[in-house]
Design a binder for this molecule. Structure first.
Ligand code: NDP
Length: 423
């Protein structure tokens, strides 16, 4: 306990007192709202508004001609810094985590994003040190793009192995009456949140097995963890049933993992349960043989990120307020980014197969106390702890089935799979 406390106290990324001047909100393509970069001038906000990734789907998410030429390290010296890839690093949790790691001086960050120009602009705006990051194209809604990204990453970093991978990107499309489809014909949440990341992780395992103290974190959610209020009591519940949709090939018109009719809010939750099961399967198969630490985490409710862009405007206004002042479950983007960075960096997070959470609310804002002053719910922002996974997440038989079917769905060939599996 003492060791953990000591490790915790020296962790660079245990949430510290923060300000909120880098909070980002995005407009919805459905109902535009005023763009807000708190603390920025209206000109900045207008710039950001012009950079927002449109949620109207183009016919193809990724064109082969969009393939980037492999980048070269050029004059950048990585030195003893660790190499970390963060998907979805162009906004919200991923952006703030990238900022924290880039500014620590101990990481070189590869921002793996669908909108390269946007990522470059926000990284500059948030003053990432010039030689602390690069931006690379990764469209998770295209298996080809995932493969192209991995090829470019390997060319970029050459023989130096990747030390850290953070699978953070996600879409949430609860109000869609009809499913949207990835380039490969998968329902969008399933394809982007789970299958794209599943392929990415598998293609990088061999390389990462060569790194010392490598860590992979796939961002989870209480919404995929059915033993929580957010996951168990808020309708609909994540439920993969017997993965009938996966067995049917999971391509248009099959939209749900359980094979049932499309339900956008549930599709997101199902994808998150797959993210968390992927972590336990990775641990079971590869922790002993590679030493890689696999984890998942729930950052708290970052109620004002662009994840909620599909929601109606009254929800986007009311939800952060509700989470701040009624449930106390709110966490600001900067603090959430520090939490994710902590999972990657903190010595106390070197245990594999853990679902990390924080036991206090955000320090930045909290419930109103009787004297009328806002108090941080938890004061310190809470201590990190090993959260209990739900029975649904821990269902090992289903997790194995999910893994095997996912291998087929993303077209992983036996020769591409990392050989040193413990099973
Ligand atoms: P954001 O929408 O701000 O971030 C999501 C990121 O994913 C964006 O950078 C987005 O890119 C990227 N992305 C979306 N689709 C694709 C795609 N097809 N290919 C590549 N990248 C894509 O939301 P959050 O920061 O809130 O979410 C980050 C993670 O945190 C998610 O995994 C989410 O499930 C999880 N989470 C969030 C919670 C919350 O309360 N917000 C709570 C629990 C978990 P672009 O910038 O171009 O839009």
């Amino acid at each position: 306990v003492a060791a953990i406390a000591a490790a915790s106290s020296v962790s660079a990324f245990a949430p510290l007192a923060v300000n909120s001047n880098s909070r980002v909100q995005q407009k919805s393509a459905v109902a535009p709202v005023t763009p807000v970069f708190e603390g920025w001038s209206s000109t900045d906000s207008q710039l950001c508004a012009s950079l927002l990734t449109d949620t109207q789907m183009p016919e193809k998410l990724y064109m082969p001609q969009q393939k980037e030429a492999p980048k070269v390290l050029g004059g950048v010296k990585i030195g003893t810094r660790k190499l970390v890839v963060i998907t979805g690093a162009s906004s919200g949790l991923g952006l703030e985590c990238a900022k924290t790691l880039a500014k620590s001086g101990r990481y070189f960050v590869i921002m793996a994003v669908r909108n390269v120009e946007k990522a470059k602009t926000v990284a500059k705006k948030l003053e990432f040190p010039d030689d602390s990051y690069t931006v690379m194209k990764l469209e998770l809604g295209s298996l080809q793009s995932v493969r192209d990204f991995v090829g470019n990453l390997k060319a970029f970093k050459s023989a130096r192995p990747l030390t850290n991978l953070i699978c953070n990107a996600a879409v949430y499309r609860p109000t869609d009456p009809e499913p949207a489809w990835t380039d490969d014909g998968f329902e969008m949440s399933m394809g982007v949140n789970h299958l794209g990341h599943f392929l990415l992780v598998n293609l990088l395992l061999d390389d990462m097995s060569k790194a010392k103290n490598a860590r992979i974190c796939i961002v989870g959610s209480i919404t995929g963890n059915t033993n929580t209020v957010g996951g168990g009591l808020v309708y609909p519940q994540a439920d993969l049933a017997q993965l009938e949709g996966f067995e049917q090939g999971a391509r248009q018109p099959v939209s749900m993992i359980d094979g049932k009719p499309f339900f956008g809010a549930k599709a997101y939750k199902d994808s998150k349960i797959c993210n968390m099961m992927t972590v336990s399967e990775l641990h079971r198969r590869y922790h002993e043989t590679t030493g890689i630490v696999f984890s998942s985490m729930y950052p708290g409710c970052i109620a004002d990120t662009a994840l909620f862009r599909e929601k109606r405007s009254w929800f986007r206004k009311g939800f952060p307020w509700f989470m701040k002042y009624v449930t106390g479950g709110y966490v600001g983007q900067e603090e959430a980014g520090e939490r994710l960075a902590q999972v990657i960096d903190d010595p106390q997070c070197s245990k594999s197969n853990v679902y990390w959470s924080w036991n206090g609310g955000a320090q930045q804002v909290g419930r109103w106390s009787p004297d009328g002053k806002p108090r941080g719910a938890g004061g310190s922002g809470g201590e990190i702890f090993e959260n209990e996974q739900s029975g649904a997440v821990k269902d090992a038989v289903k997790a194995k089935k999910m893994w095997d079917l996912s291998v087929d769905l993303v077209g992983l060939k036996p020769k591409e799979m990392f050989k040193k599996s413990a099973v």
